[in-house]
Design a protein around this ligand. Structure first.
Ligand SMILES: N[C@@H](CCC(=O)N[C@@H](CS)C(=O)NCC(=O)O)C(=O)O
Length: 303
């Protein structure tokens, strides 16, 4: 079944997955979502998870890049997102790049933007949902830029022994996560000074060009309604794995992104173990869907 990505062009986490399609030379379908709320088509499928991106494979919906990459890995194992010798350590590095380092890169990329450049709607949305205050972000920009530059120097030093990618000869999740952060800084013209400093690091610049050249696989466009119809016509794939105590199979639960004000997703628990969380839920238009989350960074509460 062709994977469907719900995303918008400027999203760095979406760029991580788009480049992931490139690594696997996959064909995929694209649904463009709004970069601010509301996102009715996406919420119909996820039950309320409205971050970007979301992957859909039939009636299976994957929230967060940490769940999306393993889903694509299962769909097409070769070439792997977790090549040796790093293997699963790719996830550890990606969690750091997509966690504390993401905020540093947001500051480096957006902190110098004049508020008018972003649009009132966007600023309002980010303020309401994430407490983003542009004046505060502007003040924190020198510090956040120093944190992003530290990561850039570490990456450059890692690559300076001549390796092609973070873990050796083959690109993996860690490369995609570093790449998405730097891609975001480079995409914002107001951050040109910082981007120039990053790209002055020769091993980093050559590596970035290598990752960028991998491309995005083969994309075709469909509508949000098409995607919902595809989910409605499909059944969730069989679910394997355990339910860790004290939770039980079928128990109503809420899944919420830790440390966020994001709305929780309600469903019946179908899997809860260190490899991930799956809940089954009914959408009005999409029917029964299985919504998948990574275990790291998600809270499960009795529903
Ligand atoms: N941990 C998540 C983070 C996703 C995330 O925060 N994405 C940003 C966009 S790059 C977002 O959702 N912003 C709000 C929005 O797009 O509505 C992941 O790895 O997918």
């Amino acid at each position: 079944m062709t994977p469907i990505l719900h995303h918008y062009p400027a999203s760095p986490f979406a760029e991580l997955v788009r480049a992931g399609f490139g690594v696997k030379a996959m064909a995929w379908q694209s649904v463009i979502v709004s970069n601010i709320l509301p996102k009715p088509g996406q919420a119909e499928l996820t039950g309320g998870y409205v971050r970007t991106p979301v992957l859909q494979i039939g009636a299976d919906i994957y929230c967060d890049t940490a769940a999306i990459l393993p889903a694509l890995e299962a769909l097409q194992p070769d070439p792997s997102f977790y090549p040796a010798p790093l293997g699963t350590l790719h996830k550890v590095i990606a969690a750091w790049a997509g966690g504390p380092q993401f905020m540093a890169h947001v500051g480096a990329a957006m902190g110098s933007m004049p508020p008018g450049a972003m649009g009132e709607g966007f600023i309002e949305d980010r303020k309401r949902r994430f407490g983003l205050d542009m004046a505060q972000l502007g003040k924190a920009t020198p510090h956040l830029t120093s944190q992003a530059m530290t990561a850039a120097h570490w990456l450059d030093a890692t690559l300076s022994d001549g390796r092609a990618f973070v873990g050796g000869d083959a690109p993996g999740h860690a490369d995609l996560a570093f790449y998405a952060n730097i891609w975001f800084v480079r995409a914002i013209p107001f951050a040109k000074g910082t981007a120039d400093d990053m790209f002055a690091l020769p091993a980093l610049a050559a590596w970035f060009a290598r990752v960028e050249a991998i491309g995005h696989g083969t994309r075709s466009d469909i509508s949000a309604d098409d995607a919902i119809a595809i989910a409605a016509a499909a059944e969730p794939a069989p679910i394997h794995g355990r339910i860790d105590a004290p939770f039980t199979a079928g128990q109503p639960v809420l899944v919420r992104t830790d440390g966020s004000g994001d709305p929780p997703v309600a469903g019946r628990l179908a899997r809860l173990d260190p490899t991930g969380i799956v809940v089954l839920r009914e959408g009005e238009r999409c029917g029964t869907v299985a919504v998948h989350f990574p275990r790291l960074g998600q809270m499960v509460l009795p529903g």
